[in-house]
Design a protein around this ligand. Structure first.
Ligand code: GAP
Length: 513
């Protein structure tokens, strides 16, 4: 646990030191759970967004992308159920006066049990060596089984109590588990209450005529209300999808864990419109498809798992999370939801307008069903960044910090470094930059000794460094250094593009899908 917390602290400070993520409004002492992306963070975020967009929109001829407004008619949020049901159960500690999400307190308790399981697994793996079978161990070891049973029972009860809106049972569970306030250690809790997460704002010039609006808490509704616009103008036939990426806002009670839970964040969502009755097969399809998208990044299959929901949101008939092993344990990264016809049918009801599709094969009109995939871009960014941050002890005993980002996502693909700042080397290096920049995000760096420049590029996650030396001027060759292996080879300047482009292009990821 302490090691995990330590790793997480390193991720946060690395993100700041190397221009990935800054606390928002920092010179005014910051704004809780709001963050800005710096020069490298914005580039990494854009590359993740592009990977998602191309995988969804470019590779699927039946998925199109839109960009709807953040401000939307307020009745939309009534129809979507957010006004009445987009609540989190909150609880206050009477001693510390700190406010918590009651479900998160219980989930954190369960995470501790899961950490114990992981510890048992690690111990056994060490003991048995190569012969160790993790699946068999987990399904037979009595201590692990006991922990697992306890965790499952708690989560089941939490799910059922939330489902039934039985908030007094959620409090009872917290008391039975003897969960204390992380700040004060006290177990003196208030009742559990519901708290709506939407931010309100106003539209209009005068106080009297202003209209109350909400900042959208999800991008999905912008897709639903444009369903007919897109279907008709794009002459789309079911099944088809509409994708979009954009900001969403939630007044999270417990906003913490850096960019994992923010008040302003970005979502990448896709609504897949299907004939009623086919939702089971499409739900399975999108679960598999989305996991494949994650696995193509090469961040380790054992770092992902599905979590099927016990408690379903007001709109869903099935839902699962893809969870990722963050530095603070397995947590939700993406949701796949079978949303039935809830949203379109509800917008029909509130607007009095038909949101239906004529199915020529069935020869009937109906409200389509929807399977949604929804991932937080910032959360994905955190998954990528935290997995990539590595510390290695080199043969000479020195420590190397390297960001082992999937090359296609790296903010800078290649850095060109003149060995010294004289003898025409900078000019030659600049010429290489001028040539590479059309195909690759290219940096130029001439400050400090070349070893320090390599370290800096390692810390930024740059997959390749090109070093220009005196020999380069004579035979037009340079040293090409690869980030992870640190191997260097002498290559012709004319071959650089060919050697680098294929390995760092998004297409290398997309081809795996
Ligand atoms: N349209 C469905 C929907 O919004 P959700 O499970 O509430 O579903 C989807 O959110 C994804 O958005 C989550 O899996 C997570 O990655 C991201 N997300 C949700 N709340 C977030 C927050 N406060 N900060 C960062 N990401 C968040």
């Amino acid at each position: 646990m302490a090691q995990q917390a330590d790793q997480f602290k390193k991720v946060i400070s690395h993100a700041k030191e190397y221009g990935f993520v800054f606390p928002s409004s920092e010179i005014y002492d910051g704004l809780s759970a709001v963050y800005d992306y710096g020069q490298n963070g914005a580039a990494l975020k854009k590359n993740i967004r592009d990977y998602w967009w191309k995988a969804m929109v470019q590779l699927n001829e039946n998925i199109v992308g839109i960009d709807s407004a953040i401000f939307m008619h307020p009745t939309i949020w009534k129809a979507s159920g957010h006004v009445d049901a987009f609540n989190d159960p909150l609880i206050d500690n009477k001693v510390s006066k700190k406010r918590y999400r009651a479900d998160v307190l219980v989930e954190d308790y369960v995470a501790k049990i899961e950490a114990k399981i992981e510890k048992e697994v690690a111990k056994a793996a060490k003991r048995f060596g190569e012969a160790f079978d993790e699946v068999q161990f987990k399904s037979t070891n009595p201590r692990v089984l006991e922990y697992q049973k306890k965790a499952d029972t708690i989560l089941k009860r939490l799910g059922q109590s939330l489902e039934k809106e039985d908030l007094s049972d959620v409090k009872a569970l917290i008391e039975e588990l003897e969960i204390s306030c992380p700040e004060s250690g006290s177990r003196d809790w208030t009742e559990v209450k519901q708290f709506n997460l939407m931010f309100g704002t106003k539209l209009g010039a005068s106080a009297e005529s202003a209209m109350d609006l909400y900042l959208r808490p999800e991008t999905a509704q912008g897709i639903f209300v444009n369903f007919l616009n897109v279907q008709k103008t794009g002459r789309m036939k079911l099944p088809f999808g509409i994708a979009q990426t954009g900001k969403a806002f939630r007044n999270e009670i417990v906003a913490r864990q850096f960019i994992f839970r923010m008040r302003e964040f970005e979502q990448m969502e896709m609504q897949f419109f299907i004939p009623p009755g086919t939702q089971k097969e499409w739900y399975a399809h999108w679960k598999e498809n989305r996991l494949k998208w994650h696995l193509a990044l090469g961040m380790g299959a054992n770092n992902y798992r599905f979590h099927d929901h016990e408690k379903l949101a007001h709109y869903a008939d099935a839902a699962a999370d893809i969870e990722f092993r963050f530095p603070f344990g397995f947590k939700e990264l993406e949701g796949i939801h079978s949303r039935t016809d809830f949203d379109l049918a509800s917008h029909e009801k509130y607007t009095g307008k038909k949101l239906q599709y004529f199915d020529p094969e069935r020869n009937e009109n109906y409200v389509p069903y929807v399977v949604e995939t929804s991932i937080g871009l910032d959360r994905m960014f955190l998954a990528v960044l935290s997995h990539a941050l590595t510390e290695e002890t080199l043969d000479d005993g020195t420590l190397r910090t390297v960001l082992k980002l999937p090359p296609a996502l790296a903010p800078t693909k290649v850095a060109v470094l003149p060995l010294v700042k004289k003898d025409g080397l900078p000019e030659y290096a600049r010429k290489i930059v001028a040539d590479l920049k059309w195909n690759l995000e290219t940096a130029y760096d001439e400050k400090d000794a070349v070893g320090r420049r390599y370290r800096r590029q390692d810390a930024l996650g740059t997959p390749y460094c090109v070093t220009v030396d005196h020999q380069s001027l004579e035979d037009q060759t340079v040293t090409l250094r690869e980030r992870d292996s640190m191997q260097q080879e002498r290559v012709a300047v004319d071959d650089l593009k060919k050697l680098i482009v294929d390995k760092v292009a998004l297409i290398s990821l997309l081809k795996k899908l």
